[in-house]
Design a protein around this ligand. Sequence first.
Ligand code: ZN
Length: 204
Amino acid sequence: MKIICIGRNYANHALELGNPVPSEPVIFLKPQSSILSHKHPFYIPEWTNEVHHEVELVVKIDRVGKTISEEHAPRYYSEIGLGLDLTARDVQMRLKANGHPWERAKAFDGSAVVGEFISLGDLGRDVQDLRFTLSNRDNVLQEGCTQNMLFSVNQLIAEVSRFMTLKVGDLLFTGTPAGVAPVKSGDRLVGTLEGRDLFAVDIK
Ligand code: ZN
């Protein structure tokens, strides 16, 4: 399986990092080894001083497909969740300045926190009308609404599948809203979607 991540999919986050709002989705991958089950703590690696939290809606692909149209995209997923795209921002800034790929900053072990998934049918909501938050012990760090995505889930599936075959079990991280900031040892980060807590990660 693969983890497909979308960068800068909320205008307020692109602007907070001084990046332009993209005219096409920014796409990158994380390997399977980056997955951190939401039942395990995250240990800040020794080679970075600045791991940022990025809470994101995660779509689980449950059907194989390529060159999927936006109209047919809803047939390729039925469950959604929340995840953290943990990012070594200090390393990423250095890589970006040199025009290098982002893997050192984005693809390290534990950098993809994946919480529980819930069925969209059970939730009874449109995927583009979902509210989610990231909190640290009742202190809200990030708040997002999928209405504010620059590219919708279905547009992302159409675009990504022009280049990569989507396989059963692939995960699509759909980008983070504003409010990214460094994690600290002792934090307990909780991701909540429409009132349901889907992950809780202790930072060590
Ligand atoms: Zn991200």
